[in-house]
Design a protein around this ligand. Structure first.
Ligand code: 13P
Ligand code: SF4
Length: 301
């Protein structure tokens, strides 16, 4: 049944000249169906490189919209229309405009986990994989950074020569906010190395052995035999497939409900109906593309 459905999806992909990109937090069956799995930066980069006419983005809305902004001529499909990111909802474009007025001369750096309309107000976009490099690359010494205040705090710790102002104060991911020092202590008691996402709180980041994006976690995993992953539990499936001899522990309650909205049925349906194709006004995409492309250009330097 399961393998039959994967075969049908494979066939539909061919018929539609489509490719499936999936985030590291996607459910196991979606990872099995995907052509490419990665973190936000890797997915954005791949979205620009692929030659297929249609990109099916198995992740959340900001990821599909970023792929669309980078490929306005392609069809980009998000199989679950309501897969959002509550962290992105912390920041509106009006808030960015107001903050600019209050801090003239500051650069606005927005995490890719933000709405396209907010990105259109930014000077440059970043992901968790490159936030530190992006901020270091700027000539401005005052940085308005949103919407994740934990990532802002992480960047501040790595780039102490700059003033990082979180925009807004308190923006956070509810999944990563779950973790506390107790998780770090529990990992140590079990003899595991700890790797945490920079969206975790300061005390967790300070206690962890490694701080990394989900793509960074995939790269770092080879360096130890057992890991406690302080991030969304979906990444464990990817790591267990890549490194079957290693142990990966997660918190069973560390679940992003939006990431789990994509199901195999919705994925198959999306390839049949074309739903839900991302549609954004051309002028908005043109404005949002500028700060995203600025980030992409840094990669090529
Ligand atoms: P990564 O870019 O590290 O995969 O993070 C995306 C995300 O949504 C983290 O919660
Ligand atoms: Fe957004 Fe957090 Fe889910 Fe990532 S894990 S998509 S930041 S809610």
């Amino acid at each position: 049944m399961y393998t039959d459905q994967l075969k049908r999806i494979e066939q539909l992909k061919k018929e539609n000249n489509a490719i499936i990109l999936a985030h590291n937090y996607q459910p196991p069956e979606i990872q099995d169906a995907a052509d490419i799995i990665g973190d936000s930066l890797e997915l954005a980069v791949k979205a620009r490189e692929v030659t297929e006419d249609t990109i099916v983005l198995c992740g959340v809305r900001f990821m599909a919209e970023t792929a669309k902004v980078l490929n306005p001529e392609k069809t980009v499909i998000l199989p679950a229309a309501d897969a959002g990111c509550p962290l992105a909802d912390f920041l509106t474009p009006e808030m960015v405009r107001e903050a600019r007025l209050a801090h003239p001369g500051a650069a606005v750096v927005l995490y890719v986990n933000s709405d396209t309309a907010a990105k259109a107000e930014a000077d440059i976009v970043c992901t968790s994989a490159n936030a530190v490099d992006v901020v270091r690359s700027l000539k401005e010494t005052t940085i308005l950074f949103g919407p994740d205040s934990n990532l802002a705090d992480y960047v501040a710790s790595q780039v102490p020569e700059k003033e990082i102002i979180p925009l807004p104060k308190g923006g956070h991911c509810y999944v990563h906010a779950l973790f506390t020092c107790d998780d770090v202590i529990a990992a140590a008691e079990q003899g595991c190395m700890t790797i945490c996402h920079p969206e975790c709180r300061r005390e967790v980041r300070r206690g962890a052995d490694v701080v990394a994006s989900t793509g960074g976690m995939v790269k770092m995993a080879q360096n130890a035999d057992s890991w406690m992953l302080l991030t969304e539990k979906g990444i464990a499936y990817r790591l267990e497939k890549l490194y079957p001899e290693k142990t990966f522990l997660v918190r069973e309650d560390a679940v992003c409900a939006d990431m789990k909205k994509i199901t195999l049925d919705l994925l198959e349906r999306s390839l049949i109906t074309g739903e839900y194709a991302v549609q954004l006004p051309t002028d908005l995409m043109d404005r949002a593309r500028v700060p995203i492309e600025r980030m992409m250009a840094l990669r090529r330097k």
